[in-house]
Design a binder for this molecule. Structure first.
Ligand code: IMP
Ligand code: MG
Length: 177
């Protein structure tokens, strides 16, 4: 059990299980992007730990860039992608792999895809730590998924509840009463 602000969370996916799946996805990326010089685009803040762990398992030449969006407040999606900050790299002709912590409604990912596609990359794929397929409202289909999870609120391993809990090494889920 973990208390964060006014809520109780319980352990959901251990650090070891997270590492195992992330390694498997990294190995797949190493094979599929060999010779392609991919550019990883990591979506801050939530993806910072996922990105750091995944990238250390990438063994092929690659670049990494960080962008920031905001569409989620406390526990409810506001349904709107706000500013995209920090996309300075030249992406034309490049193979882009978006790194995102979680796809929930898909609104954020759709906004990011739209923002990236106007820069004419050679390809764009999505690698996500968590996919809440039941919550999806957009036609988004993540290419690499570490874990498919039910439509429940999770925290830890980079994901927050109202700003807190990102530092937890394991992933926790909101306790159902
Ligand atoms: P979407 O636009 O609804 O797909 O939401 C995507 C963003 O909302 C993610 O990048 C997360 O930052 C945040 N988010 C969605 N679900 C959760 C959750 O269960 N816990 C913490 N953050 C979440
Ligand atoms: Mg996020």
């Amino acid at each position: 059990m973990k208390e964060i602000k006014d809520k109780s969370f319980e352990i959901f996916i251990s650090a070891e299980a997270l590492a195992e799946q992330i390694t498997a996805v990294a190995e797949q990326l190493n094979r599929e992007y060999a010779g392609k010089n991919p550019v990883f685009v990591s979506i801050l803040n939530g993806s910072f730990i996922f990105t750091a762990d995944l990238l250390r398992k990438i063994t092929i030449p690659c670049e990494i860039s960080f962008i920031k969006v905001a569409s989620y407040h406390a526990m409810q999606s506001t349904g709107q992608v706000k500013n995209l900050i920090g996309l300075n790299e030249e992406l034309a002709g490049r193979h882009v792999v978006i790194l995102e912590d979680i796809v929930d409604t898909g609104i954020t990912m759709e906004g990011i895809l739209n923002a990236l596609e106007v820069r004419n990359p050679a390809s764009v794929r999505m690698a996500v730590l968590l996919f809440k397929a039941e919550a999806l409202q957009k036609k988004i289909s993540p290419d690499y998924v570490c874990f498919r999870i039910p439509n429940r609120f999770v925290v830890g391993y980079g994901l927050d509840y109202d700003g807190y809990g990102r530092n937890l090494p394991d992933l926790y889920v909101l306790k159902e009463n």
